[in-house]
Design a protein around this ligand. Structure first.
Ligand code: PCA
Length: 193
């Protein structure tokens, strides 16, 4: 069996839940050819990635799949790219609000995901779920994580991807997706890696 590390975030921005962790925590322990390790990570620049790398050192996953909330989106959106930029509209959960800073000084401008995200989007749509490739993960903690992990695991066997999800219905915001559909979507995504 292959191993996949799947992460979701703690709440941020005044929300009481984060659907990314809610959904990840509801996934079964085995999906397709993968055994899952689930990890809840803080919405804190730098620390989020450190926690993931620490866990990855322990379990040596074949794939790292991170999930985050993208309020305002109406579809399950695998991210194509991470960019070398920290620019926060709101402070992170540690009170830091970087403005126009690089994640890695002198680092590459961007890295592309190493997961087959076009196939994943097709499979999600076939299952009747709203989905599209996203070409920007923003410049907040989610982008920080995808850029940093792609930099760390470039030229290795470890594949890295990030999926942004809408608010879930339970948050009483629009647009939203039922948590059950997010869980189903993540399952289909993992089956197609
Ligand atoms: N979404 C934020 C950070 C944590 C999360 O779930 C983002 O899109 O950067």
């Amino acid at each position: 069996m292959k191993k996949i590390l799947v992460t979701g975030f703690e709440p941020f921005g005044g929300e009481s839940i984060n659907p990314s962790w809610e959904a990840v925590s509801l996934l079964p322990d085995v999906i397709g050819g993968y055994t899952l390790t689930k990890l809840r990570i803080p919405v804190v620049f730098g620390e989020a990635t450190e926690r993931i790398i620490e866990k990855a050192k322990e379990i040596c996953p074949d794939v790292i799949l991170c999930v985050g909330q993208a309020g305002g989106r109406n579809a399950i959106t695998p991210e194509f790219v991470g960019i070398n930029l920290r620019h926060a509209e709101i402070p992170d959960n540690n009170g830091k609000q970087p403005q126009d800073e690089p994640i890695v000084k002198g680092g590459e401008n961007a890295y592309f995901t190493t997961l087959p995200i076009r196939k994943i989007v097709e499979k999600l749509k076939e299952a009747g779920l709203p989905s599209a490739v996203s070409y920007s993960a923003g410049s907040y903690v989610c982008n920080d994580v995808i850029y940093s992990l792609l930099a760390k695991y470039k030229d290795t066997q470890t594949k890295v991807g990030f999926i942004h999800i809408p608010y879930c219905t339970e948050q009483n915001k629009t647009p939203s997706l039922a948590l059950g559909n997010v869980v189903k979507g993540l399952r289909i995504a993992i089956e197609n890696i």
